[in-house]
Design a protein around this ligand. Structure first.
Ligand code: SF4
Length: 155
């Protein structure tokens, strides 16, 4: 068992709505069009098999899907401030760049709202910005599938 991962699970309770695809994250939205997300409830856990299926057509996965995972706070490059006393700088930037001043009147059926880091910071305004955010991966789908495979083999 990975002691560091156990510490992360116990220490951080919020959910990141822009998480990388890896074991422990889950699929919670499909990019239907630019600025439009079809939210999936309940979320679908990421498995090695899912990664292989999703990567088959070669289209970058993050252009089509959204994944959620534990918010790791100060261990994330987007975090602003101290552990337990900071905030997610990504949603700060998105709200500012998009000029969002009002929240959504009718909230989408999103499966992570109760623990969503962005919702905790901006309430309904976060949900107005959320569909505009698409993660740009630094790793390829083949590399992610390999990571998932190793995690399965070592568990
Ligand atoms: S910002 Fe709103 S819609 Fe997006 S993941 Fe959080 S709760 Fe769901």
């Amino acid at each position: 068992m990975d002691d560091d991962l156990t510490l992360v699970d116990a220490e951080f309770t919020k959910t990141c709505p822009s998480a990388p695809i890896e074991p422990g994250s889950s699929l919670f939205g499909i990019v239907a069009a630019k600025g439009q997300i079809a939210y999936i409830t309940p979320n679908v856990p990421v498995t090695h098999e899912l990664l292989v299926i999703l990567g088959e057509d070669g289209v970058p996965i993050e252009n089509r899907l959204r994944f959620a995972g534990p918010c790791i706070e100060h261990r994330c490059v987007q975090w602003m401030g101290e552990a337990g006393a900071g905030r997610c700088g990504l949603i700060d930037h998105a709200i500012d760049a998009l000029g969002i001043t009002a929240g959504m009147e009718s909230l989408p059926l999103c499966g992570i709202r109760q623990s969503c880091r962005w919702f905790a910071q901006y309430n309904r305004r976060a949900c107005a910005a959320c569909p505009e955010v698409i993660r740009r991966p630094k790793t390829t789908i083949a590399e992610m599938a390999e990571v998932a495979s190793k995690a399965v083999l070592s568990s």
